[in-house]
Design a protein around this ligand. Structure first.
Ligand code: PAF
Length: 531
């Protein structure tokens, strides 16, 4: 078992930080009384990052008075340093930071600069019943981040509101780190692992199970078609009542904006808090009417296909290569001897088009059009030269967009193209605009031409061609290349393919929690997503 370095002062922390500046630093803040949920965060924190470097993991234990309201359980919050040390060592933690109150709040609590998260994120769920709680959380976490200066912060999805708020705080303050949420961990009786379970007597623990059962039952109702929030809430409340659990709240909210929704839609969060004996327990279920959809748009040459295929594989989603569909149609247009510039002549070909993408999660796709396997033929130079002409016709766009939407009805896709997040799947859970500067794309194009043995034009010429293609793509009337308002921009300059995939996975996870969609990687705890 690894020896865990004990750190109690700022000076010791500084020294420890300086020892291996080359290794990423992953940070798991806790209030101690560690349990299996913490253990899983720590194990996750120690996984190698893109590129194979193994991080150093720092765990902090600090019971933060600022996040407890008057009459709450600050004084009796469980403190168990010996057991915490043992769990930290077993989980492979490098250092355990046990700061004093004076280290965290040197000027005292009264005169402190406080961090106040946006009120709309704290107006519901725990924020409503625990006024000031999230100010206390945001303040202590910012203070800890300033001291530790980690590259990655890991938090449990069990405290979903806390995770959403801290992501927002980190983004709003421009803190240079990534935030990772990890799936909730459940005890064998179904209760979400929590330090506060320690308060429960045997009898209370038996009753507390009704919280998870009530949420499960409501989730099943949702899956059976009930989408009215008030009905789901009523079902949960009735079940809690019959187990003599007093509900603090039961709400259905948008998982990111955290405001109540009347109908569950494609993705929402059903969350509840109950009082059971002296404990206040929270739990939630994500309600999804279909598997998630990821939309990846961006200009030519940004390297979309390679990373999209790999991302789909990693998340257990189907790769929908919309470009291949336009290419297949282009092949068919040529095959039928139709003029690719003539929309009126192409329109009849769209009537009984049988265009299929087969294949699965391994990312390799078979493309069939009207019974012909054209998987290889669509990559020919002839098709490449004509595809943008064919794809620019409004009738083509409409026919293929309709088909793509039908393919997306059950979700479970990563789709790549130019207008996926804006026109095809505007309700995609995760939208990314993948791009690179013109200079970078020109450099990549030159390299590609060179590797394939073609003459390489001067870089300035390649840059001019790419800039002109961008201009045409973004100003054309039909399906212009557009960044959806709610898309995250990923600029791939200077990143390896592995780093781009990792960045996309981060974006996906910020939008679609593991609790909602574990995916094959998260499901295999201990497996390294980047191996
Ligand atoms: O989730 C917790 O344990 C605490 O809220 C945190 C993030 C450590 C801040 O005190």
């Amino acid at each position: 078992m690894k020896r865990v370095r004990l750190i109690t002062s700022r000076a010791e922390l500084l020294l420890w930080r300086r020892e291996h500046p080359e290794r990423p630093l992953h940070f798991v803040p806790t209030m101690g009384a560690l349990h299996q949920g913490h253990r899983s965060l720590l194990v996750r924190a120690s996984r190698p990052v893109a590129g194979g470097r193994s991080p150093r993991v720092l765990l902090s234990v600090f019971v933060n008075p600022l996040q407890f309201g008057p009459g709450e359980d600050f004084d009796r919050y469980p403190r168990d340093p010996t057991a915490d040390g043992a769990l930290a060592a077993a989980a492979g933690v490098d250092a355990l930071f046990l700061p004093s109150l004076a280290t965290i709040y040197p000027g005292g609590e009264a005169a402190l600069t406080r961090v106040s998260p946006p009120p709309q994120l704290t107006a519901h769920l725990c924020g409503r019943s625990r006024p000031g709680h999230f100010d206390g959380v945001a303040t202590v976490v910012c203070r800890l981040l300033a001291l530790v200066r980690p590259d990655r912060l890991l938090l449990g999805e069990k405290d979903w509101q806390q995770l959403v708020i801290l992501r927002q705080v980190v983004a709003d303050l421009g803190l240079p780190l990534s935030v990772h949420g990890c799936a909730s961990v459940r005890e064998s009786d179904g209760l979400a692992a929590s330090s506060r379970l320690r308060y429960l007597s045997g009898e209370e623990r038996g009753r507390a199970r009704a919280l998870g059962e009530a949420l499960d039952a409501a989730q099943a109702l949702g899956q059976a078609g009930e989408d009215r929030s008030h009905q789901l809430i009523a079902a949960v409340a009735a079940r809690l009542g019959s187990a003599a659990l007093s509900a603090d709240y039961v709400e259905v909210v948008d998982p990111h904006r955290l405001v109540p929704v009347e109908r569950t839609g494609s993705f929402s969060l059903l969350a509840a808090a109950v009082h059971c004996g002296a404990s206040r327990l929270i739990d939630h279920r994500f309600l999804m009417s279909r598997a998630p959809i990821v939309a990846i748009d961006g200009p030519a040459g940004a390297g979309k296909s390679t990373v999209t295929r790999a991302l789909a594989h990693r998340l257990g989603l189907l790769y929908l290569d919309t470009g291949a569909m336009y290419r297949a149609l282009t092949w068919w247009v040529r095959e039928q001897g139709v003029d690719p510039t003539d929309a009126a002549a192409i329109a009849p070909l769209l009537q009984d088009l049988d265009l299929r993408l087969l294949g699965g999660v391994d990312g390799e796709q078979q493309v069939l059009i009207n019974g012909h396997d054209v998987s290889a033929a669509i990559r020919s130079l002839e098709v490449t030269g004509l595809v943008s002409t064919v794809a620019a016709h409004a009738c083509v766009r409409e026919a293929l967009t309709t088909q793509q939407r039908a393919m997306g009805q059950r979700g479970g896709l990563v789709a790549e193209g130019r207008d996926i997040g804006t026109a095809v799947f505007p309700d995609a859970e995760c939208k990314v605009f993948l791009t690179a500067t013109v200079a970078e794309r020109a450099r990549r194009r030159a390299l590609d031409l060179e590797q394939r043995g073609f003459p390489v034009p001067p870089l300035a010429e390649l840059e001019a061609t790419i800039a002109e293609r961008d201009r045409l793509d973004s100003t054309r009337e039909v399906a212009p290349l557009l960044q959806a308002e709610d898309a995250a921009e990923v600029i791939t300059d200077g990143l390896t393919i592995e780093q781009v995939i990792a960045a996309l996975e981060d974006h996906f996870r910020a939008r679609v929690p593991e609790d909602a969609w574990p995916g094959p990687v998260a499901a295999g705890e201990g497996s390294d997503p980047l191996a």
